[in-house]
Design a protein around this ligand. Structure first.
Ligand code: CU
Length: 443
């Protein structure tokens, strides 16, 4: 333990190729979406890592930068990959303006290595380096994050992934061809600003995977018939139902390790609650560009103001003319829905992520935030993660416009409009005007 290992830094938000181990036991390394794996050095049989907690500039999507806190140049920090039974030593240097610690979320370890400031260790003061050392006792999916001024430090982006690979063939851990990992995180950054508002509890405006928002999130590129694993950890303050198109998956692992085989069933959406990890496995049998996203529709939008009333069905034309006399720039939004927003060229402050973007091959995808695409290709080479471009659909396999005649709804009229007559008719016909609440205060 003579000297600190040199810290390895990463400045780019690109998805780096898997870090194939050159020392220790071999394993199939993971791919961190828009992230990377931290290299280590061997020191007398101990795997040594050096994490540097520090302010970072994270490009959350092309052209949109956030001033966050993270590790080794990025938020989230690098993924740490080890093998079951490895003795691991992690040096943590604090370059933040306040104290910190690192908690190794989910690990079996000596109590004094658990990283809770005040409870298990004194906090790491700015400028100081602490050493954590333990044996990675059980294989699985883990996270790391501070356990000191957590609200601030996690709102600022301090977190990372940890994978412990099994040391030998494990009855509950199948070997896979591709193994992707990412963290669910969220930020509240005002349009035109750079630094997250740390007091926000629920009303975040940037829902991200590894501190990236769509269209800044790389696709998950796989070869047809690959066995694919995706591991997801949630360090936001709400749950995220993660949904895959075109395939069924099984949840093969949770926070506590691999799930018993009898407890697995096929599904297409799995909820990842706060503080949880989920590992899903599937066989990529269907070629195409398959959407993969959080199913909370507000989480596939970016930088959304919530103080906007629903205007669907409201005719603005008369009133807009009147207002334009007073305010020449007045603009009416979303009287037909929000889809207009994706196409509208609206002046925005500098450094503002657009709300619903992502240009697909045939138009706007109208998605932001927690959204990506699983690209399944039969000619993708094993181990090649390069974006193959858009899927070329075989002839006759794409939804198309009906151009024939439109028949009248004869059946509806013949049936009188409803299957059972109402027993007590209302006094008079009432038409309800629906208008969403204008703010989120009070719930
Ligand atoms: Cu979500």
């Amino acid at each position: 333990m003579a000297a600190l290992p040199e810290p390895v830094m990463q400045t780019k938000p690109d998805t780096m190729p898997p870090l194939v181990p050159t020392t220790g036991r071999p394993y199939n390394p993971v791919v961190t979406l828009n992230g990377w794996t931290l290299p280590w050095r061997m020191n007398n049989g101990v795997k040594e890592f050096h994490l540097v907690a520090e302010p970072v500039v994270r490009e959350m999507s092309p052209g949109f930068k956030a001033h966050l806190w993270g590790y080794n140049g990025q938020s989230p920090g690098p993924t740490i990959e080890v093998v079951e039974g490895d003795r691991v030593r992690i040096f943590v240097t604090n370059k933040l303006p306040e104290h910190t610690t690192v908690h190794w979320h989910g690990q079996r370890l000596p109590n004094g290595m658990d990283g809770v400031a005040g409870l298990n260790q004194p906090a790491i003061q700015p400028g100081k380096t602490f050493v954590y050392e333990f044996v990675a006792r059980r294989p699985g999916t883990f996270m790391y994050h501070p356990h000191a001024d957590e609200m601030t430090q996690m709102a600022m982006g301090m977190m990372g992934f940890w994978i412990t690979h099994p040391k030998q063939k494990h009855p509950l851990i199948d070997e896979v061809d591709r193994d992707f990992v990412f963290l669910l995180n969220a930020y509240d950054i005002d349009p035109g600003a750079y630094t997250p508002k740390i007091m926000t509890m629920l009303d975040f405006n940037l829902w991200s995977w590894n501190s990236r928002v769509f269209p800044g999130i790389d696709p998950l590129v796989v070869r047809k018939n690959d066995k694919v694993r995706i591991r997801i950890g949630n360090l936001t303050m709400t749950n995220h139902p993660i949904h895959l198109h075109g395939h069924e998956f099984t949840v093969t692992g949770t926070d506590g390790g691999p799930t018993p085989k009898a407890a697995r069933w096929p599904e297409v959406t799995t909820d990842v609650a706060v503080g949880q990890m989920r590992q899903i496995d599937f066989v990529a049998e269907e070629e195409g560009d398959w959407a993969f996203h959080c199913h909370k529709s507000h989480h596939t939008m970016n930088a959304m103001g919530h103080d906007v009333p629903t205007m669907i069905g409201v005719d603005h034309h008369g009133i807009a003319k009147q207002i334009t006399k007073l305010i020449p720039d007045y603009m009416v939004m979303s009287e037909r829905g929000m889809a207009d927003m994706a196409e509208m060229e609206m002046p925005l402050p500098d450094n503002t992520e657009r709300m619903m973007t992502g240009e697909g091959p045939v138009g706007s995808v109208e998605m932001g935030g927690m959204f990506s695409v699983v690209k399944v290709r039969k000619d993708q080479k094993p181990g090649d993660y390069k974006d193959p471009g858009w899927y070329q659909h075989p002839n006759g396999t794409v939804a198309f416009e009906w151009t024939g005649a439109m028949p009248d709804p004869a059946r509806f009229q013949a049936e009188g409009g409803q299957s059972m007559p109402t027993r007590n008719m209302p006094m008079k016909e009432v038409e309800v005007q629906v208008r969403k609440p204008v703010s989120h205060t009070g719930h």
